[in-house]
Design a protein around this ligand. Structure first.
Ligand SMILES: N[C@@H](CCC(=O)N[C@@H](CS)C(=O)NCC(=O)O)C(=O)O
Length: 223
């Protein structure tokens, strides 16, 4: 299998965590932002990564979108399962997955790039890095007003996810799509001191889930 990705994308981290959890062997191809559209559009009709290419007869040519990748991987190899046996719990896990994917992953992106362009500039103050950050900010419409809204959404997310303080999994009694999605999509916050200091439990869970899935820890959490 081949995963088309941007190396720094938290949505691609989400796909890698699922692949790692299932111990599926795969390669990655890092696409160049901007030029990625030329490759993806004809392949998937979309412009976003991650995209998984199963590269096997009888399998789809390309699976686009991290949620579809979860569903595809579950049919490709059911063990260990990403889904919970109880249907009510699994419905709740998909609900969390969708909310994290559509709302919180975007909020993380806004707060993260805003930080990297301001207080966190010293993480990489090179011209090329700041250029990329500014292109991303323009591409996604990251302004001080939209960052404020995103930060409020993250505050709500921390309340919703605070059950992680006392229990290892967000839903049920084993790892699910909800845990993997939260661990990936909130991981960029590890570089922001406010989140590290205010929500230490979040980063403990993120580390544990990366270890379970055999995925390299995100920047800020490496040992
Ligand atoms: N819902 C999508 C979101 C993926 C997404 O937003 N990917 C971003 C990178 S983090 C992307 O490909 N951006 C490039 C573009 O939109 O052209 C998924 O889960 O796969």
């Amino acid at each position: 299998m081949l995963l088309l990705q941007f190396s720094t994308s938290h949505y691609c981290r989400k796909a890698r965590l699922a692949l790692g959890y299932k111990k599926i062997t795969y390669q990655v191809e890092n696409l160049t932002p901007g030029l990625h559209i030329l490759k993806l559009k004809p392949l998937t009709g979309l412009t976003t990564i991650p995209v998984l290419l199963p590269q096997k007869a009888g399998e789809p040519e390309a699976v686009a979108d991290s949620t579809r990748i979860f569903k595809y991987l579950e049919t490709y190899q059911s063990d260990p399962p990403l889904l919970l046996p109880d249907t009510t719990q699994q419905t709740q896990a998909w609900l969390l997955e969708d909310w994290l994917d559509e709302s919180i992953g975007t909020a993380t992106r806004f707060v993260y790039y805003n930080y990297r362009a301001g207080e966190g500039k010293s993480i990489d103050s090179s011209l090329s890095s700041q250029l990329v950050i500014n292109v991303v900010r323009r591409q996604y419409g990251i302004t001080s007003a939209s960052v404020e809204l995103a930060a409020q959404r993250l505050e709500t997310a921390m309340n919703v996810l605070s059950c992680w303080k006392t229990q290892p999994y967000l839903v049920g009694d084993r790892l699910s799509v909800a845990d993997i999605t939260a661990a990936a999509l909130l991981s960029p916050l590890a570089l922001i001191p406010f989140y590290r200091q205010t929500y230490p439990w979040l980063f403990e869970r993120i580390v544990t889930i990366h270890n379970i899935c055999g995925e390299t820890l995100p920047p800020g959490l490496e040992r």
